[in-house]
Design a protein around this ligand. Structure first.
Ligand SMILES: Cc1cc2nc3c(=O)[nH]c(=O)nc-3n(C[C@H](O)[C@H](O)[C@H](O)COP(=O)(O)O)c2cc1C
Length: 371
């Protein structure tokens, strides 16, 4: 298993459980540890008064897997790239509950992996973050992750919160960024300057998305607010690549990590670790070791000794496409039957059919390659 140092923590592998239901209790965290997690980020702890409506007040299901054409179909969703969403109502542990969880987790022999406690205070209320941070450090947290993506409670990443927390704790402080409102090129350096030891991203996408079931004519998703899953991975990859280019601290990739390939993609844009949430709902905790073993096999195949050997390899390929001399379509006269298929799709009227052969007008051809 590829060992990794992340934000001052020594991990036996780079696959971390993201903050959510799979890390909401000591028992669940033990399951994750036994299944091979490199570390766990706990479900976010919030102050009691911020807990809002009790979870039971929201109708179930609070979390669903969707296939890419919008239907609620966990079987298809498991096979294909799928997206997940959840609505408000997931119960947040109180500080007392989290302290009791840490008490169990830190009992000798219970778990041996780093426990990163996710905390979420109130916007502009630095004291709430500081108090949560101090009490979690005292209770035995190995590191903190600041949940700065908790839409609609948190609307912007506030680097002053990072600074306030860093000033009062000695354990590593990781900042989980939000998908909307912030510009990665501005916020990532601010967070680094404020003292963050690492950045996680992207957090749940707090915007509305919709799909329609054509048979019933009913929309899905319209009223939900927390989105994750493979369909958003490309957005997260692009955002985190920008973050990587702007900071020197380690980054952890989250959103849409379902397979080892997904994990490697995050590493290729410079992540040291990945976080997994929706895939655990879909496949159970065993997906953690599947991903870790897959990374291992990939490294062996490519003769990589450490994650450092391929971390960030894709970054140099990120550029505005260069203008190349136009590529002009060419007809293979031996194969061409004059079927007109190429001429039918040519938007540039560059193909004519003469007898049983296609002819290209090199001036008109745009080199798009569709033919
Ligand atoms: C039911 C549920 C609860 C979540 N709760 C939290 C939370 O308390 N704190 C947090 O930082 N992220 C929370 N998340 C976000 C996940 O940690 C993760 O960022 C998101 O699901 C995207 O990852 P995925 O595509 O692997 O699902 C939650 C996600 C889900 C589905």
């Amino acid at each position: 298993m590829p060992k990794v140092n992340f934000a001052g923590l020594k991990l036996k592998n780079p696959v971390i459980v993201a903050s959510a239901t799979p890390s909401i209790s000591a028992e669940k965290i033990k399951k994750a540890a036994d299944a091979g997690a490199g570390a766990v980020v706990t479900k976010s702890v919030v102050l009691p008064e911020k807990n809002g409506k009790p979870a039971g007040a929201y109708p179930k299901p609070r979390f669903m897997l969707m296939n890419n054409s919008g239907g609620y179909d966990p079987v298809i969703a498991k096979k294909n790239g799928f997206f997940s969403f959840f609505r408000l109502g997931e119960p947040y542990p109180t500080p007392e509950e989290m302290i009791s969880m840490l008490d169990t987790l830190k009992k000798p022999g219970y778990t041996d992996i780093p426990i990163i406690v996710s905390i979420c205070g109130a916007p502009n209320d630095y004291e709430s973050w500081v108090n949560l941070a101090k009490s979690m450090e005292n209770a035995g947290a190995d590191a903190l992750e600041l949940n700065m993506h908790c839409w609609p409670v948190i609307k912007y990443t506030d680097p002053m919160i990072v600074k306030a927390v860093k000033d009062v704790v000695n354990i590593p402080v990781i900042v989980k960024l939000m998908a909307i409102n912030d510009n990665p090129e501005i916020v990532a350096p601010q967070v680094e300057l404020a003292g963050a030891d690492a950045i996680t991203g992207l957090g749940t996408f707090g915007f509305r998305a919709m799909e329609i079931d054509v048979e019933s004519g009913k929309p899905y998703l319209g009223t939900f607010h927390g989105l994750g899953g493979s369909w958003l991975r490309s957005v997260s990859l692009a955002y985190m690549a920008k973050v990587r280019q702007k900071v020197t601290i380690p980054i952890s990739g989250v959103t849409g990590v379902h397979t080892w390939e997904d994990a490697v993609k995050y590493m290729l844009i410079g992540a040291s670790t990945v976080q997994v949430c929706g895939a655990i709902y879909a496949h159970g905790y065993k997906v953690l070791s599947d991903i870790a073993n897959g990374i291992d096999n990939y490294m062996e195949k490519h003769n990589y000794k450490t994650i450092e050997d391929f971390k960030g390899k894709a970054l140099s390929g990120i550029k505005v496409p260069e203008y190349n001399p136009p590529v002009i379509a060419k007809v293979d006269d031996d194969k061409c039957t004059g079927c007109t298929e190429c001429a039918d799709v040519c938007l540039f009227d560059a193909i004519s059919i003469e007898g049983r052969n296609a002819k290209i007008d090199p001036e008109a051809c745009d080199g798009c390659g569709v033919c």
